[in-house]
Design a protein around this ligand. Structure first.
Ligand code: ADP
Ligand code: ZN
Ligand code: MG
Length: 493
């Protein structure tokens, strides 16, 4: 069902405008307990079982700030190259919602945890820097679900297990100019948070949520257009689709002489459209004021340095290190740093081999292919990283031909054994010993006099057949290069 309010803009119209996008990303911090109480943050428990007077918002209950939440918040901010404010202040953001029992959210307002960061993204082969305005900490609300609304009986349920879960909100500057850039930014932010284990960022579990602010302006104009905020973007794909739709809608409005109204709109998954949720509320509507039950948050230089020192290497840094240290191509480095487990696996394999580039090919090619086929992640690989390294080393030293290595790899995957173990057990080893190869060649030539005659009579292509016979007689273990060379020398002599 499609009920577009306006016809969408045509390509000619689109060409006149420049989209402007800023994202607000909520990331659930990977703490064991909630931000202001000791309740567990475990997912999928019985409704309202992970609750206490604090997160139920009972009168008189007092919040106590989680140290772990602050530490993850600081590390997440550092990963986005933000400056950490030595003092930040929690504030009450007042609004009513059935799943917000306190009647306010504890957030940060004019003194956030961190500011002035950036994220570099790659789009169309170019690097673009997107500025991060601020990162602030806040507690999450609970969850409402509605049932039976088409029947006469209607039920709404409130589950407060999520209420009080720690979040950071990452607000970008309006620096993005296309849905692709927004997608790339989101990917980069997610990857960074996962890499340093600040958040697992599972979108299906709501651990990563994104609101997109979109406006358009005539190309070359300085003033920003009126923005619309899109909510309900539950996947990266929806973020992209929602932004793309909104750009077309706004341009069509302007082209037909109307104006864009500042609104909050919802992305509709079924129609691919955005629909009006409400006219935008202003900050004043929330009546922000400093949270009287919490002291200002002080992050000393010392604490910050300690957290910085404890932080794992960031994906972008690891990417460039892979390029310089292991001589990988940009693309390979990109693929191998998509997730931390993948990067760790590759690095262990590369260290165990003498040839990091070939190791990269095995990990990204044969191994990734097998894992994909089986629906397995790299963490579930039946082949330990060190075994890949050993395999690559055996090829480099000439003990294994490429063909043998492939066969052995299949066995390694199936049996979880090392290449050496399989070679010893199955008597597989590349024969590079010229004496041994010569012996087989002589036998093959003696057994195939007709083909030898044809070769000498001017039919050089039969050499392929003869080499094939040698490979067969050696059970694929003869070094094919050596066989070719020696066979030719013998026939031509
Ligand atoms: P609000 O006060 O409405 O929350 P903010 O200034 O805090 O607005 O910005 C919220 C988000 O909207 C930020 O990510 C910012 O980059 C983005 N934004 C602000 N103005 C625009 C605009 N004209 N077009 C697109 N995005 C914008
Ligand atoms: Zn609680
Ligand atoms: Mg704002």
């Amino acid at each position: 069902m499609s009920t577009a309010e306006v016809a969408l803009a045509t390509p000619d119209q689109v060409a006149k405008y420049e989209p402007v996008i800023g994202l607000e990303v909520h990331c659930q911090l990977a703490t064991n307990t909630k931000i202001f109480c000791g309740c567990p943050t475990s997912f999928g428990e019985d409704p309202n079982s992970n609750t206490c007077p604090v997160c139920l918002g009972l009168p008189g209950a007092l919040p106590v700030l989680s140290r772990q939440a602050v530490e993850l918040g600081v590390q997440g901010s550092l990963a986005l190259h933000c400056e950490i404010n030595p003092i930040s202040v929690f504030a009450r953001k007042n609004y009513f919602y059935p799943d917000l029992p306190k009647g306010y959210q504890i957030s940060q307002y004019d003194q956030p945890l961190a500011e002035h960061g950036w994220v570099d993204v790659q789009v169309d082969g170019a690097t673009k820097r997107i500025r991060v305005t601020r990162v602030h900490m806040e507690d999450d609300a609970g969850k409402s679900s509605h049932e039976g609304f088409r029947d006469s009986e209607k039920f709404s349920y409130v589950d407060l297990n999520r209420a009080g879960t720690p979040l950071i909100e990452i607000v970008s500057e309006p620096d993005m100019r296309s849905a692709e850039e927004a997608y790339a930014y989101l990917t980069e932010v997610k990857q960074a948070m996962q890499f340093i284990e600040v958040s697992t960022c599972d979108m299906e579990k709501g651990q990563l949520r994104c609101d997109a602010n979109v406006s358009v302006r005539i190309k070359g104009a300085e003033k920003l257009g009126t923005k619309v905020e899109i909510k309900n973007l539950n996947s990266f794909r929806h973020v992209k689709l929602g932004i793309e739709y909104e750009i077309l809608r706004q341009i069509a409005l302007l082209e037909s002489g109307q104006r864009v109204r500042q609104q909050t709109r919802l992305f509709n998954v079924d129609s691919g459209e955005t629909t009006l949720m409400r006219d935008k509320e202003e900050a004043a509507d929330y009546r922000y004021f400093p949270e009287p039950d919490l002291l200002p948050l002080v992050v000393t230089e010392e604490w910050k340095s300690e957290l910085q020192a404890r932080m794992p290497e960031l994906p972008a840094d690891r990417r460039s290190r892979f390029i310089h240290e292991y001589g990988l191509r940009e693309y390979d480095a990109q693929v191998l740093t998509l997730t931390r487990p993948m990067a760790d696996y590759y690095e262990r394999a590369a260290k165990a081999s003498s040839d990091p580039r070939t190791t990269a090919n095995w990990v990204m090619g044969d191994l990734a292919g097998m894992l994909n086929g089986a629906g397995k992640s790299i963490e579930e690989s039946p082949i330990p990283a060190e075994h890949i390294g050993e395999l690559v080393g055996l090829i480099a030293s000439g003990e294994l031909s490429g063909k043998l290595a492939k066969d052995i790899f299949t066995k390694m995957y199936a049996e979880g054994l090392s290449a050496k173990t399989i070679m010893d057990r199955d008597g597989l080893r590349q024969i590079s010993d010229t004496g041994a190869i010569e012996k087989i060649i002589d036998e093959v030539l003696a057994a195939n006099p007709k083909q030898v005659e044809q070769y000498k009579g001017g039919k050089p292509t039969v050499i392929g057949f003869l080499v094939g016979q040698v490979m067969k007689a050696s059970k694929g273990q003869a070094n094919p290069g050596a066989v070719n060379e020696m066979m030719k020398a013998k026939l031509d002599s």
